[in-house]
Ligand binder design. Structure first.
Ligand SMILES: Cc1cc2nc3c(=O)[nH]c(=O)nc-3n(C[C@H](O)[C@H](O)[C@H](O)COP(=O)(O)OP(=O)(O)OC[C@H]3O[C@@H](n4cnc5c(N)ncnc54)[C@H](O)[C@@H]3O)c2cc1C
Length: 167
């Protein structure tokens, strides 16, 4: 975690430097669109700033889906965001979704000693990639001791005293 934080900080510092060098103004705050050609920014250090531009690009990204039926709580039922700041390796981990991120995190945690299960609703993991590559990946996951359950959907989540995590 210390190394990960150091790498992230270094990259953020590097990007900030590049923005400055290329004369890009970075305004820390939450933006919303105002009237045509206007952006209202609630500044992180207090106050409001109003900007005007001829062209505005919305690049606000995405957030992990927190499906209500899974009972996301950020503690036992988490998203990849919390998985990246865990302070301890969970003994057991169930990953919902065998896409790229699910497979990536399965490998990371299995390597660190977690007993990992992936649940995927489609007939194969990585359903949107090349079929041969997906099959190969499934073999690799099994070889690493990761349990993969395809054509399986989570219907409900029950809390137990076991030290398991779900994301
Ligand atoms: C765990 C994980 C692993 C990934 N691994 C890879 C990988 O290996 N390779 C790869 O290519 N991609 C990977 N991705 C995907 C990649 O992170 C995204 O595709 C990429 O970050 C999308 O870039 P973006 O600029 O569209 O959005 P984002 O990177 O999400 O950036 C959007 C920014 O807008 C800000 N924002 C949102 N709303 C407002 C607002 N109202 N006002 C001001 N700011 C706002 C957000 O705070 C954020 O900083 C991964 C994603 C995850 C979650």
């Amino acid at each position: 975690m210390e190394r990960k934080d150091a790498v992230v900080n270094k990259m953020v510092t590097g990007i900030n430097y590049l923005l400055k060098k290329n004369k890009v103004d970075l305004i820390p705050g939450a933006a919303k669109l105002g009237e045509t050609g206007k952006v209202i920014v609630e500044l992180n250090d207090g106050g409001i700033s109003e900007l005007a531009a001829e062209n505005i690009i919305l690049a606000t990204g995405t957030k992990p889906a927190t499906i209500a039926a899974l009972g996301y709580d950020g503690q036992k039922v988490i998203t990849s965001n919390e998985a990246l700041i865990l302070q301890e390796v969970p003994p057991e981990l169930l990953i919902v979704g065998g896409g790229v991120i699910g497979c990536e995190f399965a490998c990371i945690f299995a390597e660190m000693g977690s007993r990992v299960t992936i649940v995927e609703a489609m007939p194969t993991i990585l359903p949107f990639t090349d079929r041969d590559a997906a099959r190969q990946m499934q073999t690799i996951l099994k070889r690493r001791g990761i349990t993969v359950k395809t054509k399986a959907k989570i219907e409900r989540v029950a809390r137990t005293r076991r030290e398991s995590l779900l994301f």
